[in-house]
Design a protein around this ligand. Structure first.
Ligand SMILES: NC(=O)c1ccc[n+]([C@@H]2O[C@H](COP(=O)([O-])OP(=O)(O)OC[C@H]3O[C@@H](n4cnc5c(N)ncnc54)[C@H](O)[C@@H]3O)[C@@H](O)[C@H]2O)c1
Length: 252
């Protein structure tokens, strides 16, 4: 069934892979990102896709983008909150500006963009929201990522709270918790972790692979396929879950 799905932070990495996967399954995808040119470039490679600029930290902009999409394209049936940032530093060294940015994008952004989407979906008593959390949303044993861990634990809790309140209104809400995914975020983290540990990025990468029982780095498509499953009717009775997709790197 064709439906309109909006993806945030979709100009690269996991968000881009989600757009490609959903377009391949016949959905009309709206590619959004704070990086408008990047969003346009992704949309231009997909059938029936459109791009919109969206900074998820701006609650008003979230509401306006939802209204514009519903007016210009049609009813939104799926919303994927994927936009996220990370920066590695020791807990003792993290400054307020870093903490604020991480929480603003990863948690506040997901809260108010999800709220805007749900307010539209509730008028039809139908819809599905998928939040991209992290393995670091289920365990704090994630070096140099204390603010990120706090934001992603928040996402897992918020996913349950949204699912609980929205289930009677016909809206399912779930999360996906990826592990070590090969994206531009990972390239930056390899550099930071290597520098903080006094080693080189190749050694850190080897360690991450060694920490993954399935023996390879995760690919964005590994995440995208599970997002597509959660949006599908195959997951029609699943809500409030945060599904680990990490090759066994963390099992809970
Ligand atoms: N890469 C990993 O190993 C990994 C692991 C677990 C979870 N995640 C999560 O997956 C999601 C995607 O990460 P990725 O690895 O593809 O990273 P990425 O850096 O490749 O992509 C993130 C995208 O978010 C966009 N973005 C940043 N701030 C934004 C804002 N305020 N509003 C809208 N868009 C904004 C960026 O422009 C970028 O296109 C994030 O939520 C991240 O925390 C990633």
């Amino acid at each position: 069934m064709t439906s309109i799905v909006v993806v945030t932070g979709a100009a690269s990495g996991i968000g881009e892979a989600v757009c490609i996967e959903l377009a391949g399954r016949g959905h009309t995808v709206v590619v959004t990102d704070v990086n408008e040119e990047g969003a346009k470039a992704v949309a231009s490679r997909l059938p029936h896709a459109q791009a919109r600029k969206l900074d998820v930290t701006q609650a008003t902009a979230c509401r306006e983008v939802v209204q514009a999409i519903e007016h210009d394209i049609g009813p939104i049936s799926g919303w994927v909150s994927n936009a996220g940032v990370s920066r590695m530093a020791r807990f003792l060294d993290i400054e307020e500006a870093q903490y604020d940015l991480t929480l603003d994008v990863n948690l506040r952004g997901l809260f108010f963009s999800g709220q805007a989407a749900a307010r539209a979906m509730v008028t039809r008593q139908s819809g599905c929201i998928v939040n991209i959390a992290s393995m670091a949303g289920k365990q704090g044993r994630a070096p140099f990522l204390a603010d990120y861990v706090a934001s992603k634990f928040g996402v897992v809790g918020l996913t349950q709270a949204m699912a609980f309140e929205l289930a009677p209104l016909g809206i399912r809400v779930n999360a996906v918790c990826p592990g070590f995914v090969a994206t531009s975020m990972q390239v930056r983290e390899l550099e930071w972790e290597a520098s903080l540990r006094g080693t080189d990025p190749a050694s850190v990468k080897r360690q991450w692979i060694a920490d993954t029982p399935m023996g390879r780095l995760e690919q964005p498509q590994d995440v995208a396929r599970v997002v597509a499953f959660l949006l599908s009717q195959d997951a029609g009775f699943v809500t409030g879950e945060s599904i680990a997709v990490n090759g066994g790197a963390f099992m809970d």
